[in-house]
Design a protein. Structure first.
Length: 76
């Protein structure tokens, strides 16, 4: 797994940085703290890119759960 691959998959939603020998990702547009009950986080950290990519995939699933239970209002 390379940084370019992770950025291609998640770079529109997340800023991904090398951080003192590990990796950090933070959302470009943070969710409210209320979304945490669905497992949605705004910042992630990992020792390697494979683990970070796995966490980012899990976040995409958490976002989908959150959106399915509370869809955005129409016409707003």
């Amino acid at each position: 797994m390379t940084l370019a691959q992770v950025q291609q998959s998640h770079g529109r939603t997340w800023e991904i940085l090398d951080f003192y020998g590990g990796w950090v990702a933070y959302r470009r547009h943070p969710w409210s703290t209320a979304a945490a009950r669905f497992g949605v986080s705004n910042v992630l950290g990992a020792d390697n890119l494979e683990d970070l990519a796995r966490q980012l995939d899990e976040q995409a699933a958490a976002e989908a759960r959150r959106k399915s239970r509370h869809p955005p209002a129409e016409g707003g």
